[in-house]
Design a protein around this ligand. Structure first.
Ligand SMILES: [Zn+2]
Length: 93
């Protein structure tokens, strides 16, 4: 295996697995407590917990995992801005 600088190859299966883990974590007390704070990780704004989405800091498609350290609450605005930037980022919800 040769080391890759920034190109990460993620298989369909890995993407499915990480998305499943994200779904499980979204139902967890950990996430509910985090979201209940109502803070967007990116802009620091305060929002209604109901509109915060789960965002991967490192997108799954770029090798990011569905771990607590890689999952943050994001408001819709930051989320859609990120989607634009990372043209094919997955939809978090
Ligand atoms: Zn935000």
């Amino acid at each position: 295996m040769e080391p890759t600088s920034f190109l990460v190859t993620v298989s369909e299966e890995e993407i499915r697995r990480e998305r499943r883990k994200a779904r499980e974590l979204r139902a967890s007390q950990w996430w509910k407590r985090k979201r209940a704070l109502g803070l967007c990780h990116h802009c620091g704004g305060k929002f209604s917990p109901a509109i915060l989405t789960m965002d991967h800091l490192v997108p799954i498609i770029r090798g990011g995992k569905s771990t607590k350290g890689n999952l943050v609450p994001s408001c819709k605005k930051c989320n859609s801005e990120r989607q634009h930037r990372l043209s094919f980022e997955e939809t978090p919800q």
